[in-house]
Design a protein around this ligand. Structure first.
Ligand code: GLU
Length: 381
Protein backbone atom coordinates (compact mmCIF):
# COMPACT_ATOMS: atom_id res chain seq x y z
CA UNK A 1 0.00 0.00 0.00
CA UNK A 2 1.30 3.44 -0.90
CA UNK A 3 1.24 5.41 2.33
CA UNK A 4 2.72 8.85 2.42
CA UNK A 5 4.92 7.92 5.35
CA UNK A 6 6.03 4.65 6.82
CA UNK A 7 3.92 3.38 9.65
CA UNK A 8 0.68 3.66 11.57
CA UNK A 9 -2.69 3.05 10.01
CA UNK A 10 -3.78 -0.50 9.36
CA UNK A 11 -5.84 -1.07 6.26
CA UNK A 12 -8.48 -2.63 8.49
CA UNK A 13 -9.16 0.79 10.09
CA UNK A 14 -10.12 2.18 6.71
CA UNK A 15 -12.18 -0.87 5.99
CA UNK A 16 -14.04 -0.67 9.27
CA UNK A 17 -14.78 3.03 8.99
CA UNK A 18 -16.09 2.64 5.45
CA UNK A 19 -18.10 -0.49 6.25
CA UNK A 20 -19.81 1.22 9.14
CA UNK A 21 -20.46 4.52 7.31
CA UNK A 22 -24.23 4.94 7.38
CA UNK A 23 -24.37 8.52 6.11
CA UNK A 24 -22.14 9.55 3.24
CA UNK A 25 -21.59 12.90 1.56
CA UNK A 26 -20.61 12.57 -2.09
CA UNK A 27 -19.24 15.70 -3.70
CA UNK A 28 -19.12 15.62 -7.49
CA UNK A 29 -17.03 18.25 -9.23
CA UNK A 30 -17.98 20.24 -12.30
CA UNK A 31 -15.18 18.57 -14.25
CA UNK A 32 -16.85 15.16 -13.73
CA UNK A 33 -20.41 16.27 -14.45
CA UNK A 34 -20.06 18.84 -17.19
CA UNK A 35 -17.92 20.33 -19.89
CA UNK A 36 -18.23 23.70 -21.57
CA UNK A 37 -20.84 22.15 -23.87
CA UNK A 38 -23.12 21.14 -21.01
CA UNK A 39 -23.87 18.21 -18.70
CA UNK A 40 -22.23 14.85 -19.21
CA UNK A 41 -25.40 12.71 -19.18
CA UNK A 42 -23.64 9.31 -19.23
CA UNK A 43 -21.58 10.36 -16.19
CA UNK A 44 -24.73 11.48 -14.35
CA UNK A 45 -26.47 8.19 -15.14
CA UNK A 46 -23.45 6.12 -14.12
CA UNK A 47 -23.07 7.90 -10.78
CA UNK A 48 -26.84 7.98 -10.24
CA UNK A 49 -27.04 4.19 -10.63
CA UNK A 50 -24.28 3.69 -8.07
CA UNK A 51 -25.84 6.14 -5.61
CA UNK A 52 -29.18 4.32 -5.93
CA UNK A 53 -27.41 1.05 -5.18
CA UNK A 54 -25.77 2.60 -2.10
CA UNK A 55 -29.22 3.66 -0.92
CA UNK A 56 -30.58 0.17 -1.49
CA UNK A 57 -27.79 -1.20 0.71
CA UNK A 58 -29.29 0.78 3.62
CA UNK A 59 -26.97 3.76 3.66
CA UNK A 60 -28.01 7.38 3.37
CA UNK A 61 -26.49 9.74 0.84
CA UNK A 62 -26.22 13.49 0.47
CA UNK A 63 -24.93 14.73 -2.88
CA UNK A 64 -23.03 18.00 -3.23
CA UNK A 65 -23.27 18.67 -6.93
CA UNK A 66 -21.31 21.29 -8.83
CA UNK A 67 -22.07 22.00 -12.44
CA UNK A 68 -24.66 24.79 -12.22
CA UNK A 69 -22.45 27.37 -13.89
CA UNK A 70 -21.26 24.91 -16.53
CA UNK A 71 -24.88 23.88 -17.25
CA UNK A 72 -25.84 27.50 -17.81
CA UNK A 73 -23.16 28.27 -20.41
CA UNK A 74 -24.85 26.84 -23.48
CA UNK A 75 -28.30 28.35 -22.82
CA UNK A 76 -26.58 31.73 -22.48
CA UNK A 77 -24.58 31.22 -25.68
CA UNK A 78 -21.24 31.14 -23.83
CA UNK A 79 -18.41 28.88 -24.93
CA UNK A 80 -16.21 29.09 -21.85
CA UNK A 81 -16.41 29.81 -18.14
CA UNK A 82 -17.24 33.48 -17.58
CA UNK A 83 -14.65 35.53 -15.74
CA UNK A 84 -16.80 37.90 -13.71
CA UNK A 85 -18.81 36.88 -10.67
CA UNK A 86 -21.98 38.42 -12.03
CA UNK A 87 -21.76 36.41 -15.27
CA UNK A 88 -21.11 33.26 -13.28
CA UNK A 89 -24.15 34.07 -11.15
CA UNK A 90 -26.31 34.49 -14.24
CA UNK A 91 -25.03 31.19 -15.63
CA UNK A 92 -25.68 29.46 -12.28
CA UNK A 93 -29.24 30.82 -12.13
CA UNK A 94 -29.95 29.32 -15.54
CA UNK A 95 -27.89 26.18 -15.00
CA UNK A 96 -29.03 25.18 -11.50
CA UNK A 97 -32.45 24.09 -12.69
CA UNK A 98 -30.92 22.24 -15.66
CA UNK A 99 -28.72 20.44 -13.15
CA UNK A 100 -31.58 19.61 -10.77
CA UNK A 101 -33.76 18.34 -13.61
CA UNK A 102 -30.95 16.08 -14.70
CA UNK A 103 -30.55 14.63 -11.18
CA UNK A 104 -34.32 14.24 -10.77
CA UNK A 105 -34.43 12.29 -14.06
CA UNK A 106 -31.56 10.06 -13.08
CA UNK A 107 -33.15 9.07 -9.74
CA UNK A 108 -36.70 8.84 -11.06
CA UNK A 109 -35.94 5.35 -12.38
CA UNK A 110 -35.19 4.19 -8.84
CA UNK A 111 -38.22 6.11 -7.51
CA UNK A 112 -36.05 8.29 -5.31
CA UNK A 113 -37.04 11.94 -4.88
CA UNK A 114 -34.39 14.65 -4.80
CA UNK A 115 -34.45 17.93 -2.87
CA UNK A 116 -32.53 21.04 -3.81
CA UNK A 117 -30.68 22.78 -0.98
CA UNK A 118 -28.71 25.91 -1.86
CA UNK A 119 -26.39 27.32 0.80
CA UNK A 120 -24.04 30.25 1.27
CA UNK A 121 -21.32 30.46 3.89
CA UNK A 122 -23.46 33.06 5.66
CA UNK A 123 -26.09 30.39 6.25
CA UNK A 124 -23.62 28.19 8.06
CA UNK A 125 -22.03 31.06 9.95
CA UNK A 126 -25.11 31.84 12.02
CA UNK A 127 -25.93 29.26 14.63
CA UNK A 128 -29.70 29.43 14.06
CA UNK A 129 -29.46 29.16 10.27
CA UNK A 130 -26.87 26.41 10.66
CA UNK A 131 -29.27 24.44 12.83
CA UNK A 132 -32.09 25.12 10.37
CA UNK A 133 -30.03 23.76 7.51
CA UNK A 134 -29.29 20.68 9.58
CA UNK A 135 -32.96 20.14 10.42
CA UNK A 136 -33.92 20.42 6.76
CA UNK A 137 -31.29 17.94 5.66
CA UNK A 138 -32.16 15.46 8.41
CA UNK A 139 -35.84 15.73 7.56
CA UNK A 140 -35.16 15.12 3.87
CA UNK A 141 -33.06 12.07 4.71
CA UNK A 142 -35.71 10.69 7.06
CA UNK A 143 -38.21 10.93 4.23
CA UNK A 144 -35.96 8.99 1.88
CA UNK A 145 -35.10 12.02 -0.26
CA UNK A 146 -31.59 12.55 -1.62
CA UNK A 147 -30.59 16.15 -0.84
CA UNK A 148 -28.67 17.70 -3.74
CA UNK A 149 -26.67 20.61 -2.40
CA UNK A 150 -24.91 23.43 -4.20
CA UNK A 151 -23.66 26.84 -3.27
CA UNK A 152 -26.34 29.48 -3.78
CA UNK A 153 -24.21 31.04 -6.51
CA UNK A 154 -26.74 33.58 -7.68
CA UNK A 155 -26.80 35.37 -4.32
CA UNK A 156 -23.22 34.74 -3.17
CA UNK A 157 -20.84 37.64 -3.41
CA UNK A 158 -17.18 37.83 -2.46
CA UNK A 159 -17.87 38.25 1.28
CA UNK A 160 -20.09 35.22 1.64
CA UNK A 161 -18.83 33.08 -1.20
CA UNK A 162 -17.36 29.74 -0.24
CA UNK A 163 -15.47 29.80 -3.52
CA UNK A 164 -15.75 26.15 -4.29
CA UNK A 165 -17.86 23.18 -3.42
CA UNK A 166 -14.97 21.30 -1.79
CA UNK A 167 -15.25 23.59 1.22
CA UNK A 168 -19.04 23.45 1.10
CA UNK A 169 -18.98 19.64 1.05
CA UNK A 170 -16.73 19.59 4.13
CA UNK A 171 -19.05 21.97 6.00
CA UNK A 172 -22.07 19.88 5.07
CA UNK A 173 -20.29 16.71 6.21
CA UNK A 174 -19.68 18.15 9.67
CA UNK A 175 -23.09 19.84 9.72
CA UNK A 176 -24.93 16.53 9.50
CA UNK A 177 -22.21 14.48 11.26
CA UNK A 178 -21.81 12.22 8.22
CA UNK A 179 -19.43 9.28 8.51
CA UNK A 180 -17.56 9.72 5.23
CA UNK A 181 -16.88 12.41 2.63
CA UNK A 182 -16.13 11.26 -0.91
CA UNK A 183 -14.88 13.95 -3.33
CA UNK A 184 -15.12 12.86 -6.94
CA UNK A 185 -12.95 14.76 -9.35
CA UNK A 186 -11.20 14.16 -12.67
CA UNK A 187 -7.91 12.92 -11.25
CA UNK A 188 -7.24 9.66 -9.43
CA UNK A 189 -6.28 11.26 -6.13
CA UNK A 190 -3.22 12.87 -4.60
CA UNK A 191 0.02 12.05 -6.35
CA UNK A 192 3.48 12.13 -4.82
CA UNK A 193 5.20 15.36 -5.82
CA UNK A 194 2.26 16.62 -7.94
CA UNK A 195 0.52 15.48 -11.10
CA UNK A 196 2.85 12.73 -12.34
CA UNK A 197 3.99 10.89 -9.22
CA UNK A 198 2.61 7.65 -7.74
CA UNK A 199 -0.86 7.75 -6.29
CA UNK A 200 -0.78 8.16 -2.50
CA UNK A 201 -3.37 5.73 -1.18
CA UNK A 202 -3.38 6.77 2.45
CA UNK A 203 -2.66 10.09 4.12
CA UNK A 204 -2.45 9.87 7.89
CA UNK A 205 -3.80 12.56 10.17
CA UNK A 206 -0.37 13.98 11.02
CA UNK A 207 1.06 13.93 7.47
CA UNK A 208 1.99 17.15 5.71
CA UNK A 209 0.80 16.92 2.16
CA UNK A 210 0.87 20.43 0.72
CA UNK A 211 4.10 19.79 -1.19
CA UNK A 212 2.23 17.17 -3.28
CA UNK A 213 -0.28 19.68 -4.62
CA UNK A 214 -0.04 20.80 -8.21
CA UNK A 215 -2.12 23.69 -9.40
CA UNK A 216 -4.02 22.34 -12.42
CA UNK A 217 -7.81 22.47 -12.75
CA UNK A 218 -10.24 21.32 -15.44
CA UNK A 219 -11.94 23.77 -17.82
CA UNK A 220 -15.04 23.89 -15.62
CA UNK A 221 -13.57 23.00 -12.20
CA UNK A 222 -13.08 25.58 -9.50
CA UNK A 223 -11.12 24.22 -6.55
CA UNK A 224 -8.24 21.96 -7.63
CA UNK A 225 -6.29 19.72 -5.25
CA UNK A 226 -5.43 22.36 -2.62
CA UNK A 227 -9.06 22.98 -1.63
CA UNK A 228 -9.74 19.23 -1.57
CA UNK A 229 -6.92 18.73 0.90
CA UNK A 230 -8.31 21.54 3.07
CA UNK A 231 -11.71 19.90 2.95
CA UNK A 232 -10.24 16.52 3.92
CA UNK A 233 -8.38 18.19 6.80
CA UNK A 234 -11.50 19.99 7.96
CA UNK A 235 -13.61 16.84 8.21
CA UNK A 236 -10.63 14.92 9.62
CA UNK A 237 -10.58 17.33 12.56
CA UNK A 238 -14.10 16.20 13.36
CA UNK A 239 -13.07 12.55 13.22
CA UNK A 240 -14.53 11.91 9.76
CA UNK A 241 -12.52 10.21 6.97
CA UNK A 242 -12.40 11.55 3.40
CA UNK A 243 -11.57 10.06 0.02
CA UNK A 244 -10.54 11.86 -3.17
CA UNK A 245 -11.15 9.70 -6.23
CA UNK A 246 -11.69 9.83 -9.97
CA UNK A 247 -15.38 10.25 -10.76
CA UNK A 248 -14.89 8.85 -14.27
CA UNK A 249 -13.54 5.52 -13.03
CA UNK A 250 -15.98 2.66 -13.68
CA UNK A 251 -17.81 1.69 -10.47
CA UNK A 252 -15.85 4.21 -8.44
CA UNK A 253 -18.42 4.51 -5.63
CA UNK A 254 -19.23 0.83 -5.57
CA UNK A 255 -15.54 -0.04 -5.28
CA UNK A 256 -14.88 2.54 -2.57
CA UNK A 257 -17.71 1.21 -0.45
CA UNK A 258 -16.77 -2.40 -0.97
CA UNK A 259 -13.40 -1.57 0.60
CA UNK A 260 -11.14 -1.44 -2.45
CA UNK A 261 -8.21 0.96 -2.25
CA UNK A 262 -9.55 3.53 -4.68
CA UNK A 263 -8.19 7.09 -4.73
CA UNK A 264 -6.52 8.75 -1.75
CA UNK A 265 -7.92 8.03 1.70
CA UNK A 266 -7.47 10.61 4.48
CA UNK A 267 -7.34 9.10 7.89
CA UNK A 268 -9.30 11.20 10.42
CA UNK A 269 -8.03 12.50 13.75
CA UNK A 270 -9.40 11.01 16.92
CA UNK A 271 -11.87 13.84 17.57
CA UNK A 272 -12.35 15.47 20.93
CA UNK A 273 -14.89 17.96 19.66
CA UNK A 274 -18.60 17.77 20.38
CA UNK A 275 -21.06 19.00 17.74
CA UNK A 276 -21.29 22.54 19.09
CA UNK A 277 -17.52 22.95 19.24
CA UNK A 278 -17.16 21.44 15.79
CA UNK A 279 -19.31 24.27 14.53
CA UNK A 280 -17.16 26.83 16.33
CA UNK A 281 -13.99 25.25 14.94
CA UNK A 282 -15.05 24.71 11.36
CA UNK A 283 -18.17 26.44 10.18
CA UNK A 284 -17.68 29.98 11.31
CA UNK A 285 -15.78 33.05 10.21
CA UNK A 286 -14.30 34.84 13.22
CA UNK A 287 -15.64 38.38 13.60
CA UNK A 288 -12.88 39.87 15.71
CA UNK A 289 -9.87 39.26 17.91
CA UNK A 290 -9.37 39.22 21.65
CA UNK A 291 -5.77 39.47 22.85
CA UNK A 292 -4.97 37.98 26.25
CA UNK A 293 -2.06 38.10 28.71
CA UNK A 294 0.31 35.19 29.31
CA UNK A 295 -1.55 33.91 32.36
CA UNK A 296 -4.89 33.71 30.57
CA UNK A 297 -3.24 32.08 27.56
CA UNK A 298 -1.65 29.38 29.72
CA UNK A 299 -4.93 28.72 31.53
CA UNK A 300 -6.93 28.46 28.29
CA UNK A 301 -4.31 26.38 26.50
CA UNK A 302 -4.31 23.82 29.30
CA UNK A 303 -8.09 23.50 28.69
CA UNK A 304 -8.83 24.37 32.28
CA UNK A 305 -10.21 27.85 32.05
CA UNK A 306 -12.80 30.15 30.55
CA UNK A 307 -11.78 33.56 29.24
CA UNK A 308 -12.44 36.14 31.95
CA UNK A 309 -12.32 39.92 31.51
CA UNK A 310 -9.26 40.21 33.76
CA UNK A 311 -6.98 38.39 31.27
CA UNK A 312 -7.93 40.51 28.25
CA UNK A 313 -5.46 43.13 27.02
CA UNK A 314 -7.01 44.24 23.74
CA UNK A 315 -10.19 43.81 21.67
CA UNK A 316 -10.12 44.18 17.88
CA UNK A 317 -13.08 44.41 15.52
CA UNK A 318 -16.77 44.91 15.97
CA UNK A 319 -18.82 41.90 17.05
CA UNK A 320 -22.11 41.08 18.68
CA UNK A 321 -22.73 38.71 21.58
CA UNK A 322 -22.86 35.16 20.22
CA UNK A 323 -20.23 35.82 17.55
CA UNK A 324 -17.17 33.65 17.14
CA UNK A 325 -13.85 35.45 17.67
CA UNK A 326 -10.20 34.52 17.55
CA UNK A 327 -8.34 34.41 20.84
CA UNK A 328 -4.74 35.57 20.44
CA UNK A 329 -1.68 35.82 22.61
CA UNK A 330 -0.50 39.27 23.63
CA UNK A 331 1.36 39.68 20.33
CA UNK A 332 -1.78 38.96 18.35
CA UNK A 333 -0.98 35.38 17.27
CA UNK A 334 -4.21 33.31 17.31
CA UNK A 335 -4.30 30.08 19.35
CA UNK A 336 -8.03 29.44 19.92
CA UNK A 337 -11.57 30.43 18.95
CA UNK A 338 -14.63 30.94 21.03
CA UNK A 339 -18.18 32.18 21.21
CA UNK A 340 -18.42 35.49 23.10
CA UNK A 341 -21.12 36.27 25.61
CA UNK A 342 -20.60 40.05 25.38
CA UNK A 343 -20.34 42.48 22.45
CA UNK A 344 -17.00 43.99 21.41
CA UNK A 345 -17.99 47.26 23.03
CA UNK A 346 -18.95 45.63 26.34
CA UNK A 347 -15.79 43.50 26.29
CA UNK A 348 -13.65 46.61 25.81
CA UNK A 349 -15.31 48.27 28.78
CA UNK A 350 -14.76 45.37 31.16
CA UNK A 351 -11.36 44.17 29.97
CA UNK A 352 -8.66 44.09 32.63
CA UNK A 353 -11.29 44.06 35.39
CA UNK A 354 -12.41 41.36 37.77
CA UNK A 355 -15.72 39.69 36.78
CA UNK A 356 -17.26 40.94 40.04
CA UNK A 357 -16.96 44.48 38.70
CA UNK A 358 -19.01 43.77 35.54
CA UNK A 359 -22.39 44.92 37.01
CA UNK A 360 -20.80 48.12 38.26
CA UNK A 361 -19.21 48.92 34.89
CA UNK A 362 -22.01 47.83 32.57
CA UNK A 363 -25.00 48.14 34.86
CA UNK A 364 -25.82 44.46 34.31
CA UNK A 365 -24.08 41.08 34.05
CA UNK A 366 -24.99 38.15 31.77
CA UNK A 367 -22.16 35.85 32.79
CA UNK A 368 -18.80 36.04 34.57
CA UNK A 369 -17.00 34.75 31.49
CA UNK A 370 -16.41 36.60 28.23
CA UNK A 371 -16.05 33.15 26.66
CA UNK A 372 -17.10 30.10 28.61
CA UNK A 373 -14.73 27.12 28.41
CA UNK A 374 -17.49 25.00 26.82
CA UNK A 375 -17.55 27.51 23.96
CA UNK A 376 -13.79 27.49 23.43
CA UNK A 377 -11.80 25.46 20.90
CA UNK A 378 -8.01 25.37 20.76
CA UNK A 379 -6.53 25.61 17.26
CA UNK A 380 -4.90 22.18 17.54
CA UNK A 381 -8.12 20.37 18.62
N1 GLU B 1 -21.16 26.09 -7.38
C1 GLU B 1 -20.50 25.99 -8.64
C2 GLU B 1 -21.41 25.36 -9.69
O1 GLU B 1 -22.29 24.64 -9.36
C3 GLU B 1 -19.27 25.14 -8.65
C4 GLU B 1 -18.27 25.31 -7.60
C5 GLU B 1 -17.24 24.17 -7.68
O2 GLU B 1 -17.20 23.43 -8.66
O3 GLU B 1 -16.49 24.00 -6.73
O4 GLU B 1 -21.21 25.53 -10.84
Amino acid sequence: MNKLNGSGLMNTDRRQLIDSAKLIVIKIGSGVLAGVDGLNQPALRRLGRQISAIRESGRQVVVVSSGAIASGLQPLGLTRMPKTIVDKQAAAAVGQQVLMNAWANVFRKSQIAVGQVLLTSDDLDHRSRYLNARHTLVSLLQRGVIPIINENDSVSFEEIKMGDNDHLSALVTTLISANLLVMLTNVDGLRRGGANGDLIEIVQAADHVDEHVSGSKSATGVGGMATKLQAARLVGRSGIPAIIANGSRTNVLKDILSGKNVGTYFEPKASRLDVRRRWIATATRPRGKILVDDGAQAAIASRQASLLPSGITQVEGHFSAGAVVRICDRKGVPFARGLVSYTSDETRRVMGHNSKEIPEILGYRYLDEIIHRNDLVLDGD
